[in-house]
Design a protein around this ligand. Structure first.
Ligand code: ATP
Length: 357
């Protein structure tokens, strides 16, 4: 499996290095034959090449079997004419990675302030309120006068259908429960269509239990009773916000793994941003990107029909659970280790075949 690695900005290079240590160990133990090809994106690329994403990078990624993108300094990149492309948006859009899969779970042996749970947020990834990607050309935020802004949200039946089916398929492999999160009481047409399409799609999956919750009420439900949820499907921005909450409820934003998936390609990417406040201090939690990488291996298992990739993904998840149980993790989740040492601990536990419980 040939994987392109783009370490990114802020804490990106640190958590990417820890992730690659784990990946190399997984490749050895499960005979995955992983080869890695690293390139600069974000500020490093802007300095070297005058653009945050080199134009030839897209073909390099298309020719590979998977992509690992570290967090990038999205907020800094404002003017595409000056080469300031948002790498995350660029790959999601150009590879049509329409589903963002964001699991969140608690770990045995670690205090769970809001009860134990294991859920996945499935977030639509290509349209919604994301003004930088929901238009064919141009940007969907308009400055009408210096004091008036209009931001457009795009919802299409096709995008609702494909995210609904992705969520249903995932729920059928898990506990067969689907929750549709929306705001159809206010966004009656757009979220009304999203809700209808999700309900209609779910009818095609026998035994799938479906309910729906308004996004504002969801903030209370998921804090009060997170164990109630299995797979949650949401439009782009609601899913983004909700999944930061579920990651934090699981212990830390630094546990938020995520995979962006389309029909042909997949990109592992931590759910959080580049966290410049803690960059370069060896304190960032690398588990988010390690779990994202495990999701990429599991995706590849299905893609090429190779169960050893699925076994490797489980092995990595078990090693993470063991590190959490033993407290061999970063401070944000109650440990005392740095980023590199946490990566090393997970690598050692993976090599020794540590079990989750
Ligand atoms: P960006 O502008 O790139 O989104 P940000 O700092 O605004 O960056 P996040 O990176 O998502 O937003 O992080 C919010 C806060 O959560 C950070 O300031 C940091 O303190 C914490 N955080 C995020 N990721 C991690 C991590 N991997 N480990 C520990 N703490 C983290």
């Amino acid at each position: 499996m040939r994987i392109v690695v783009l370490p990114g900005d802020g804490i990106g290079p640190e958590i990417a290095a820890a992730t690659l240590a784990v990946l190399r160990a997984a490749s050895e133990r499960f005979q995955l034959g992983v080869t890695l090809e690293e390139h600069a994106v974000g500020h490093a690329s802007l300095e070297m090449f005058g653009t945050t994403v080199r134009p030839d990078l897209i073909e390099t990624v298309r020719a590979a079997d998977g992509l690992i993108l570290g967090p990038t300094a999205t907020f800094d990149f404002k003017d595409e004419a000056r080469g300031e492309i948002n790498p995350s948006r660029y790959f999601r859009k150009n590879l049509d990675l329409f589903a963002n899969i964001r699991p969140a779970r608690t770990y045995p042996g670690r205090p769970a302030r809001f009860g134990t749970f294991d859920l996945v947020v499935v977030r639509e990834n290509t349209e919604g309120f994301y003004a930088d990607r929901n238009m064919e050309q141009g940007n969907a935020e308009l400055l009408v006068t210096p004091d008036v802004v209009v931001s457009l949200r795009r919802i299409t039946r096709l995008c609702c259908e494909r995210i609904a089916h992705a969520a249903c398929r995932l729920a059928m492999k898990r506990r067969k429960r689907l929750t549709i999160v929306h705001k159809a009481n206010v966004l009656k047409i757009g979220d009304g269509m999203f809700l209808d399409v999700c309900r209609e799609a779910a009818r095609g999956y026998p035994g799938l239990a479906v309910d729906d919750v308004l996004v504002d009420a969801m903030m209370a439900h998921v804090v009060r009773q997170p164990e109630r949820f299995d797979v949650i499907v949401a439009t782009n921005m609601f899913g983004d916000i909700l999944s930061d909450l579920t990651a934090e409820l699981s212990g830390s934003l630094g546990l938020g793994g995520s995979l962006n998936v389309g029909a042909k390609y997949a990109m592992a990417q931590a759910a959080h941003g580049s966290a410049p406040d803690i960059a370069g201090k060896d304190i960032a939690n690398p588990i988010s990107l390690i779990l994202s990488m495990a999701l990429l291996l599991a995706w590849n298992a299905e893609r090429i029909g190779a169960p050893r990739f699925e076994a490797a993904a489980h092995g990595i998840e078990d090693a993470v659970a063991a590190a959490m149980r033993e407290g061999r993790v970063t401070r944000d989740v109650g440990g005392t280790l740095g980023t590199t040492a946490t990566g090393q601990a997970i690598t050692d536990l993976l090599r020794s075949g540590a079990s989750a419980s």
